[in-house]
Design a protein around this ligand. Sequence first.
Ligand SMILES: NC(=O)c1ccc[n+]([C@@H]2O[C@H](COP(=O)([O-])OP(=O)(O)OC[C@H]3O[C@@H](n4cnc5c(N)ncnc54)[C@H](O)[C@@H]3O)[C@@H](O)[C@H]2O)c1
Length: 466
Amino acid sequence: MPTPTRSLFSIGSTASRRGFLGTTGRVAAATSLAAFAGMTPAVHAAGSDEIRVALIGCGGRGGGAAADALSVPAGNVKLVAMADLFLDSINSRRRGLGEQFKEHVDVPEERCFVGVNAYKQAIDCLRPGDIAIFATPVGFRAAHFAYAIEKGVHAFLEKPISIDGPSTKRIIELAAKADAKNLKVGVGLMCRHSEARKELFDRLQNGEAGELIAFHGYREHGPVQPMDLYPGPPENMTELSWQAKRFHSFLWASGGVFSDFYVHHVDEVCWMKNAWPVKVEAVGGRHFRGKLDDQNFDSYGVEWTFADGTKFFYSGRTMKDCEQKFGVFGQGSKGAFAISASGHAPAKSTIYKSQQMSKDNILWTASQPEKNPYRVEWEDLVTAIRSGTSYNEAVRGAEASLVTAMGRFAAHTGRTVTYDEMLNSPDDLTTGVAELTDDSPAPLQRNADGLYPVPMPGRYKFEFRG
Ligand SMILES: NC(=O)c1ccc[n+]([C@@H]2O[C@H](COP(=O)([O-])OP(=O)(O)OC[C@H]3O[C@@H](n4cnc5c(N)ncnc54)[C@H](O)[C@@H]3O)[C@@H](O)[C@H]2O)c1
């Protein structure tokens, strides 16, 4: 029987919490298929073709991803286990999903797990050929993915899936291990599953916008969470669980707002360009400071360059009371185009007859309504599992995550960075994360002044250290 994990955040009484720990290993032992012999079967040897799912990270997106999984038409998917650092997160998602999906949610208390290693217990409830959803902050992604592969379980990895060179290499190595076991891996870059963008890609490749000269994009809105962390964690929460909860604020947990927010746009542009950029330069700064600043800048200006000289300009801002802007666009020698405007879905992809991006100048625009790409990515993953076809988005997802991290690194250091330099950078933001226990100190420690180390361009070799 596995060692029960302890809550990082005391919620309710010890007795009620104990109910959520309990007897889990037995389920896993009973259902771990003796039939598993290295390769993962397309259909369970036990005769059932039901695919069981464990949800690791029961926040907003975790709940959404589980709902998308359970909505696959004729998918025969059932949610059977949940893991999070916080019992209340599990409970609210369990309740909501249960009401919506009824018998497709079978998560009794003994298959709810709390704590930093709860993911193992949730995965232990699965059989080879089932699916684990990873919707925690990305800082945990590689460690969790590794355990899923060890257990012969297919994986859905929410984006981003890496935040620096070492974590990117780790994911790429793990992707190869997943392939060797015939495991399928979906990555939450759902824009890649958008029919509108696929059609745009084909049209761009066919030259409808001419030679692709430049791309530009924007993600400018107010702060999603306060960037002043004062007064720090509440009394009943450890620094570790607090940093994991406030993951956007800490580079080890999320790659900051840069990696967490911008990866979709970066990936969309690189897809349309059909290449990864070779280098990036960037500026950034923090205009408004507080008593306990997090590790983000509040504005970023980035210029990626592709091998043929094509540029991708991007601006990101998280500031109150400023103009808001969201979307990625391009300019070809014949005309401009929108890859996605005003939101991830619908994309509203459009090609214009010239550089004027106006309604009366449209050459082509995606037909509406567009299918929801969050749903389509799950239909594609489950179809691949059922049919046994190769399906692994992890390498591409890691590359997109690396290209995004390049931009952040360039802004935070004030230096031009190449793709190869970033991939081979020794600075490992998630050192030790795989070995964390509930009692571990947080990966980021404050300095002698009680402040978190923050990026200062020109001062450090690696963003905020070295
Ligand atoms: N594809 C998309 O469009 C999209 C949209 C939103 C979020 N996301 C991604 O999903 C992930 C989660 O984002 P969110 O918005 O749901 O955040 P959230 O804060 O709502 O949820 C994250 C959950 O993970 C839990 N958690 C943290 N560390 C954990 C650990 N080690 N083990 C188990 N649980 C842990 C937290 O307690 C929390 O409940 C992020 O990587 C984010 O970038 C993707």
